[in-house]
Ligand binder design. Sequence first.
Ligand SMILES: C[S@@+](CC[C@H](N)C(=O)[O-])C[C@H]1O[C@@H](n2cnc3c(N)ncnc32)[C@H](O)[C@@H]1O
Length: 257
Amino acid sequence: MCARGHAFDLARRGYVNLLQPQDRKSREPGDARAAVEARAELLAAGVGRAVVDELVRRVTAMHLPPRAVVLDLGSGTGDALGALAGAGSITGIGIDLSTAAAEHAARRFPDLTWVVANADRRLPIVDRSADVVLSLHGRRNPAECARVLKAGGRLVLAVPAPGDLVELRELVQGARVERDRVDAVLASHAPSFCLQERAMVRESHRLEHRELVALLRATYRGARASAATRVESLTTLEVTFASDVLVLALAAPDERA
Ligand SMILES: C[S@@+](CC[C@H](N)C(=O)[O-])C[C@H]1O[C@@H](n2cnc3c(N)ncnc32)[C@H](O)[C@@H]1O
């Protein structure tokens, strides 16, 4: 039931679809099924897992009350919320634009709530109801996060760090560009949020051909033909996975002006 009293049925596949016609820019919005499955395959093999573990560590250290509401924007395969639920009692709500992602997450973690919605718009969550909002390489919506978080709530963000996937990007884009996003992310969240904790998580894997193909699918929309051709000729590549993890605290209302 939403704040305005509307009731929604769970789709037979275990998620709620709240997507409005204006939220769709394509027939299959958000990540395609192939991208979701490729990311799930890599995570199951431990590739890209360090940032999920870091997130679980940071949220566990907050000592949230039982059944605390944790919202994940751009929840993808559901691994982050699933891991948090495995570490303690939470009411987990994942929001993703992709029905393939919601379906995948609902199959793996049926006790959590999975919603298909556009996290760039008004979130389908009542004011001041969430203890924590997560965005793990996902969507960021500072105004809506400030609205839905309880007083004292935390926003936990993971954004690609400069070295993230640099070897793959060099291969695909032909340039070794290393972009630091942290200052821009903090600026877009001020003055509603202030930085509490910051960490960098890094892991490196020598990936075999099959995993490189999966990584390309999971990372680059539609894995452009030129990129696929370059990866096709590779048997192995050492790839860095790096994220900046930021824990932000919601400022008191009089500090948000
Ligand atoms: C890079 S993936 C990250 C997924 C997951 N958080 C993880 O770290 O494995 C980004 C996710 O955001 C979703 N997404 C893209 N645009 C969105 C939007 N406007 N609202 C909600 N989800 C969106 C995609 O479908 C995809 O699952």
